[in-house]
Design a protein around this ligand. Structure first.
Ligand code: HEC
Length: 364
C-alpha cells in the first residue's frame, strides 16, 4: 500500500492552518475577528452592557479624539495592550496574536473610522522646541522657564494655555512672569505682558509629512516696564510655522514672524524673527520612553536700517515622562552666538501637560 496519502496529510493541514495564509487577511477581516466585539463593527464601541466590560472602549469614529493620536501610540496599544500607553488593561495586547503586517493592516483599517481627514494626524505633532512655536494645534499647559547664568541672573518664565477648537484651530493665552534684580540690588517678582493668540492649520499632509500654519498674538502692556517686566506697549505678533517630518524619525520646525508695536510705540521698534529646530526622536525599546534631542537657532533683529541681528543657539532634549506621552519635559541651554554683548547664556526648561489626553495623575 502506498504511503503517499498519509505523507500528504500534514501538508494539507499546513495549508489550512499556516499563518502565512492568515497574513493575507484584510484589515477589515482582522478587525471583525479581533476588535469588533469590543470596539463595535462601526468603531463606535460596543456598549458596556453588551461586552460586560468595566469601561467603554473609545469611540474610534471621534476624529477629534482619534486623529490626534500618532500612529506610534496606536501601534503601541495594539501590540502591547492598553497599559503600554497608560490605558486600561481591558484593551488586550495583540503583539503575540497578530503578525506585524496584520497589526499594520488592522491599524490602517481602524484609522478609516474617522471619516473627516481635516483633523491633522498626531504624526505631525512634532516634539516641541524650547523657543520655536509649533505648527500643530494643541490642548495643553506649558510651564517654561529661562534662567540667566550671569548676573543679574534674571528668571523669565511663562505659563501657556492652549486649546483647540473647530477642526484645525487653536487659541492660546500666555502669562509671562519672572524674577528680576532691581536698581537697589534687591529682587522682585512680577507678571509680564499677557498675550492671547490664535492659530489655524493651512496644510496638514500625512503623505509628505508636512504641517503649515498661520498664527497671530496680541500682547498687552500688563507688565511693569520700569521694573523690567514688560515693554509698555501693545504688540501684534503674526507668524508662520512649518513642521516637516524627515527620514529616520527626524523633524524640522521653522517659524518666521514679527513683533509689531501697534499703539503708543514709545520708542519700541518692530522686530522680526526667524526660528528653527532640527531634531530626531529616539525610542527606548519599541514603544518605550522617547528622547528627542534638538538644536534650535533663534535669530531676531529690529526692523530698522542698520540694526544688528542677534542669534542664539539652543541645544536641548525633550523627554516623554508619562507612559501616555501626555506629560513631557525639556531641558536645554541658550547660547548667544551673534550680538553677544550684554546677553547672557540661559538655562532653559519646560514641563508640558496635554490635558486632553488625560489628567495629571492618569496614564502613568
Ligand atoms: C476586550 C475588549 C477589546 C478588544 C478585543 C479590543 N479593544 Fe481596543 N480598547 C478596548 C478598551 C476598553 C480601550 C480603552 C482603554 C482605556 O480607555 O483605558 C481600548 C483602546 C483602544 C485604542 C486606543 C484609542 C486611543 O484613544 O488611544 C486603540 C487604538 C484600540 N483599542 C484598537 C484596538 C484594535 C485595533 C483591536 C483589535 C486588534 C482592539 N482594540 C481590540 C477594548 C478592546
Amino acid at each position: 500500500m502506498s504511503k503517499r496519502p498519509i505523507a500528504l496529510l500534514p501538508l494539507l493541514w499546513l495549508a489550512v492552518a499556516n499563518p502565512a495564509s492568515a497574513a493575507e487577511r484584510s484589515g477589515e477581516e482582522i478587525y471583525a475577528a479581533n476588535c469588533a466585539n469590543c470596539h463595535g463593527t462601526d468603531g463606535r464601541g460596543a456598549s458596556a452592557s453588551q461586552t460586560g466590560l468595566a469601561i467603554n472602549p473609545r469611540d474610534l469614529t471621534n476624529c477629534r479624539r482619534s486623529n490626534r493620536e500618532p500612529d506610534q501610540d496606536w501601534h503601541a496599544v495594539i501590540a502591547e495592550g492598553g497599559p503600554a500607553r497608560g490605558f486600561h488593561r481591558l484593551m488586550p495586547a495583540f503583539g503575540e496574536v497578530l503578525t506585524d503586517g496584520e497589526q499594520e493592516s488592522v491599524h490602517d483599517y481602524a484609522r478609516g473610522f474617522c471619516a473627516d481627514p481635516t483633523y491633522p494626524r498626531g504624526n505631525l505633532n512634532l516634539p516641541r522646541p524650547l523657543v520655536t512655536e509649533k505648527a500643530y494645534i494643541e490642548d495643553e499647559f506649558v510651564l517654561s522657564t529661562a534662567v540667566a547664568t550671569r548676573s543679574p541672573r534674571n528668571v523669565d518664565s511663562k505659563l501657556v494655555y492652549e486649546q483647540r477648537f473647530l477642526r484645525r484651530q487653536q487659541f492660546e493665552i500666555i502669562v509671562p512672569f519672572g524674577v528680576a534684580r532691581m536698581a537697589d540690588g534687591g529682587r522682585e517678582a512680577g507678571i509680564g505682558d499677557i498675550a492671547a493668540g490664535a492659530k489655524t492649520v493651512l496644510v496638514a499632509s500625512l503623505a509628505t509629512g508636512t504641517i503649515f500654519s498661520v498664527a497671530g498674538e496680541v500682547a498687552l502692556p500688563t507688565g511693569n516696564k520700569d521694573k523690567g517686566f514688560g515693554t509698555g506697549v501693545v504688540r501684534f505678533e503674526p507668524f508662520l510655522a512649518l513642521g516637516q517630518l524627515l527620514p529616520w524619525n527626524s523633524f524640522l520646525h521653522l517659524q518666521a514672524g514679527a513683533e509689531i508695536p501697534i499703539r503708543d510705540t514709545a520708542g519700541v521698534e518692530p522686530e522680526g524673527f526667524l526660528r528653527g529646530a532640527l531634531g530626531t526622536s529616539i525610542v527606548n525599546g519599541k514603544y518605550g520612553r522617547t528622547f528627542s534631542p534638538m538644536v534650535e537657532g533663534v535669530a531676531f533683529r529690529e526692523l530698522t536700517s542698520g540694526a544688528t541681528t542677534s542669534l542664539d543657539i539652543v541645544p536641548q532634549v525633550q523627554i516623554s515622562v508619562s507612559r501616555r506621552q501626555h506629560i513631557l519635559a525639556s531641558l536645554g541651554a541658550s547660547f548667544p552666538a551673534l550680538n553677544r554683548e550684554g546677553r547672557s547664556p540661559q538655562a532653559m526648561a519646560y514641563v508640558l501637560w496635554d490635558w486632553f489626553d488625560g489628567g495629571l495623575l492618569e496614564g502613568w
